[in-house]
Design a protein around this ligand. Structure first.
Ligand code: HEC
Ligand code: HEC
Ligand code: HEC
Length: 387
């Protein structure tokens, strides 16, 4: 650079620094004086609205660039996303056919109608928004910290939402809760006499199995026939943030010991229907699954699954027979990622899951999904397969 230019720049430097410091002092003075009206009721001036919208859009677009969307099993995931939307999002965003609650309409910015806004974003951008939330707006991030896999169920629902009729929405949002009672709605008389009842099976029925219906999505586990000790333990773990799930933790945090006991009793006593396997695995896959279940894999130091998950299993270990392939595969994958390792129980299974190959995960999930739920005789595992 030529010497005169450098000299001139050097002269400008103190001015630039002075201007910068002056700017900071001005901003601090405005903040301290309280003259900027932050009342939500005042709304944003047009210039600020424009700036905030630009900032939000650009931030979502740029930050979601690294998101790699998997192929989505929309039909399987959407019912779970819809049921969660009803319990975790609809309070703010309204349900189809309803107008915005006047209290939430007073938020600044007010939560938008997602039937209109969801199509403005790509699959990756929707994922990013639901996973991380949006600062300064009240839009929360996903509560299952490491459970990115769960967010896709909500994205699958948001993609279908704009096309949904009100009746379709109610069907999926209420799931097996045939009374069509929204989870938050209680009869006024009951509310007046008892307060808001915390134990509410209709809340669980939206997703889980009942005595005459399987879970509403293959990504939701069957609870019917699971041992009481396991159900109790795992509900306490969701309650205490020892098992992560953005679907279950917000529900379990509301349950106290008494409710957990009653719910565990109820589901342990429920036989539940036999849900059909979604996909017939290849016989080679089934054979590999059976081998693993009965004998394990000596070379990879994997013990036989049935030594812990079979008929003589401990009552605080889960039963796998009859769970869907999708649920079993997803749990094995999150176990492999170390996400369920906070408890001694989870730690045992994490060690084993990490030793499994991808092919073994698929085969084991297929094998147990094809066993009748009531099948408890480990030595007859092969014969328990449903035709
Ligand atoms: C406490 C209220 C609240 C809850 C609960 C909430 N949101 Fe939001 N949401 C907002 C607000 C406020 C915005 C921001 C609107 C804006 O920036 O204009 C927003 C924005 C969004 C957007 C971006 C829409 C757009 O075009 O700006 C999506 C998508 C969204 N929410 C989905 C969800 C989903 C899915 C859930 C449930 C898992 C959820 N929200 C739960 C309040 C909420
Ligand atoms: C919005 C759907 C939804 C609702 C409502 C719901 N669950 Fe769940 N539940 C799930 C999903 C999804 C999982 C799997 C979560 C995971 O990956 O850990 C699950 C897991 C569970 C498990 C662990 C099962 C296992 O095999 O490890 C129990 C127990 C459970 N739920 C009980 C309940 C009870 C009791 C209620 C009602 C108070 C309820 N759930 C309401 C979706 C739901
Ligand atoms: C040494 C005992 C042991 C062996 C062997 C074992 N598991 Fe597990 N498994 C457990 C325990 C304990 C849990 C409960 C973990 C928890 O509560 O977080 C579990 C949980 C699971 C779950 C989650 C179930 C649910 O409802 O969420 C799956 C899936 C699973 N095991 C599959 C397998 C497979 C497949 C094999 C064989 C390759 C296997 N396990 C071998 C002890 C074992």
């Amino acid at each position: 650079m030529a010497k005169p230019v450098r000299r001139r720049l050097r002269k400008l430097l103190p001015w630039a620094l002075g201007l910068f410091a002056g700017g900071i002092v001005l901003v601090l003075a405005i903040a301290y004086s309280g003259i900027f009206n932050i009342a939500a009721s005042a709304g944003h001036p047009a210039w600020l609205e424009w700036l905030l919208t630009l900032g939000k859009e650009r931030s979502v677009i740029v930050n979601s660039l690294p998101v790699d969307a998997p192929e989505l099993d929309i039909a399987g995931l959407m019912p779970l996303g819809a049921a969660h939307f009803q319990g975790g999002c609809a309070t703010c965003h309204r349900t189809p056919g309803q107008s915005l609650n006047p209290v939430y309409a007073q938020m600044l910015p007010p939560p938008p109608d997602l039937k209109i806004n969801a199509p403005m974003w790509t699959r990756e951008q929707l994922f990013w928004i639901v996973r991380h939330g949006i600062q300064f707006t009240g839009m929360p991030g996903w509560s299952g910290r490491d459970r990115d896999d769960e967010v896709w169920a909500v994205v699958a629902f948001l993609e279908v939402l704009p096309l949904m009729k009100v009746a379709d929405y109610l069907k999926y949002a209420n799931g097996n809760n045939k009374d069509n009672i929204a989870a938050q709605n209680y009869p006024a008389s009951e509310f007046a006499s008892q307060g808001r009842p915390k134990i509410n099976l209709s809340a669980c029925n939206r997703c889980h199995d009942t005595s005459d219906a399987p879970p509403t999505s293959p990504y939701v586990p069957r609870l019917g026939g699971q041992d009481k000790a396991y159900l109790k333990r795992t509900l306490h773990e969701y309650h205490n943030d020892l098992r992560q799930s953005g679907f279950m933790e917000p529900i379990a945090v509301e349950l106290d010991d008494e409710h957990i006991n009653k719910l565990a009793d109820y589901y342990a006593s429920l036989a539940g229907p036999v849900s059909k396997p979604v996909q017939r695995p290849s016989s080679a896959g089934l054979e590999l699954g059976r081998q693993l279940a009965e004998h394990g894999d000596l070379l990879r130091k994997v013990p036989a699954c049935l030594s812990c998950h079979g008929a003589n299993k401990r009552s605080d270990y889960p039963r796998l027979a009859g769970q869907s392939e999708q649920y079993l595969r997803q749990q094995l994958q999150i176990l492999q990622r170390g996400i369920r390792a906070k408890t001694p129980y989870g730690a045992i299974m994490t060690t084993i899951a990490k030793r499994l190959t991808e092919q073994q995960v698929v085969a084991a999930a297929a094998f147990f999904a094809n066993q009748a739920p009531a099948e408890r005789a480990d030595h007859k595992a092969g014969e328990g397969l449903r035709q």
